[in-house]
Design a protein around this ligand. Structure first.
Ligand code: EPU
Length: 420
């Protein structure tokens, strides 16, 4: 049985939306809670399937973890297990974030390779190399990974081969309770990294420099607990902004700062939208035809976010003139191109780049989500296209969007879900 999202598009969107905490901040924070010897409370947490998987992984370790409304409560005071099942590991990419905190806390971790959206090869060599430099031994047996550090991890100076978000998070979590000082060079600078460091510091960690390319961590014996509200979801905000660009209308987003997704807003302005930036809200409006923007290249923060590449592409399908979006992070970012074509769009994939040409009017179609952001991009394309579009495999979208149907309804869209 697959869930199908039916969208009747071609009408302007209008309304206000509250932006939830960022999935990509919540997931590392849930993993980091393993390090806390007192209770942790996380606020404004969306109900996402990836959050549910993280809570299940915590419970598998023997940690008490539950979501009640938009609050998550975790209690890792008792001794925990050091084994993560292959079945749970394969459910998402962010399961890899549990390796370091479990290893740090228990001196051992048994796991397997993580799953996640198929955006091309997604190795974990930097995570493992950094942990090895901090004293862990690594052993593979029948597709299971065994990490050991019976005498604890130790501080080191380490340069990441590339500024991987996940590897930076792994090494932050490994270093926070390691013996001595760790200095990480070439780290990712995404807001979610700063959020993780802020959370760890709230719980008693000593981390400075997060948000720059060098982070210094003075190891502490253990972490306490605390209450924390993660950073707003800049990709959900980008999704709403691109939906407005695709369909026209005016949407105000509350609880998000423009600087978190400024590169997306700037391209939308270039395409013909107007953007109003306030302290804690952003309004996007599109009253005229969009125009093509030429070449947009994604990059690490503060560059154009890779996760927003398919979302922007979906909006630009409505533009007069050409655009090309090239993703420099993942080789297979645009699986949604197949769905765009089925809807009559003139697009062409060339390696990691998607060319968008001006074509005939688009039409509703039956399409299939193939990954999280690609699925959201199909929904955006549907909002900008007259007629009914049916998107199957909605479970991909549930990894990162709490309730797309309600979100779009709130903005005046006729939308419904059905099971098939
Ligand atoms: N990489 C390696 N070796 C490693 C780690 C990464 O070669 O050990 C490569 C990857 O293959 C990729 C690049 O480095 O080409 C960047 O990967 P990164 O590690 O930065 O990404 P990630 O941590 O796996 C997070 C987000 C992604 C987001 C990327 C980039 C989470 C849970 N996921 O993934 O979010 O696209 O950073 O910003 O934080 C999404 O939300 O839809 C999503 C895919």
């Amino acid at each position: 049985m697959t869930e199908i999202l039916e969208i009747w598009g071609g009408h302007p969107l209008c309304g206000t939306v509250e932006i939830p905490s960022a999935k990509n901040s919540v997931l590392p924070l849930l993993a980091a809670s393993v390090l806390c010897r007192e209770k942790v409370c996380l606020e404004k947490i969306p109900q996402l399937s990836d959050v549910q998987v993280s809570l299940a992984l915590l419970r598998e370790l023997g940690v008490s973890a539950r979501q009640s409304g938009n609050r998550v409560l975790i209690d890792a005071e008792r001794d925990i297990s050091s084994s993560l099942s292959t079945e749970m590991m394969r459910k998402m990419r962010a399961s890899v974030l549990f390796l370091a905190p479990v290893l740090s806390r228990t001196g051992a971790v048994d796991a397997s390779l993580p799953g996640g959206c198929k955006l091309g090869a997604r190795p974990i060599d930097i995570h493992l190399d950094g942990l090895e430099k901090m004293g862990a031994t690594i052993h593979w047996h029948e597709e299971r990974l065994y990490l050991r550090a019976p005498h604890g991890l130790k501080g080191t100076e380490y340069t990441l081969r590339c500024p991987s978000v996940g590897a930076t998070e792994t090494l932050l979590m490994a270093a926070v309770c390691a013996k001595g000082t760790t200095v990480l060079h070439g780290t990712a600078r995404e807001p979610e990294i700063m959020d993780l460091a802020d959370f760890l510091n709230t719980c008693g960690g000593h981390i400075t420099g997060a948000g720059s390319d060098t982070i210094r961590i003075e190891g502490v014996p253990s972490l306490l607990g605390g209450t924390y509200t993660p950073v707003p979801d800049r990709i959900v905000a980008a999704t709403v902004a691109c939906a407005c660009a695709a369909a026209g209308g005016c949407i105000t987003m509350h609880g998000v700062q423009a600087e978190l997704f400024e590169p997306v807003l700037e391209v939308l302005e270039k395409a013909g939208c107007t953007v109003q930036r306030e302290n804690e809200s952003v309004t996007v409006e599109r009253r005229q035809l969009l125009h093509g923007v030429g070449l947009v290249e994604t990059g690490v923060y503060p560059g154009f976010p890779t996760d927003a590449a398919p979302l922007l592409a979906a909006a630009l399908l409505q533009a007069e003139g050409e655009s090309c979006i090239r993703d420099t992070i993942f080789p297979k970012r645009f699986a949604c191109a197949e769905g765009f074509s089925a809807m009559g769009a003139q697009v062409q994939l060339e390696g990691p780049a998607l060319h968008i040409y001006q074509g005939k009017a688009m039409h509703g179609a039956r399409v299939r989500a193939q990954d999280l952001r690609g699925g959201a991009a199909l929904a955006i394309a549907a909002l900008g296209t007259a007629g009914k579009t049916e998107i199957s495999d909605v479970f991909y979208m549930k990894r990162g969007y709490e309730d797309m149907k309600s979100l779009f309804r709130q903005l005046g869209v006729k939308v419904r879900t059905k099971k098939k």
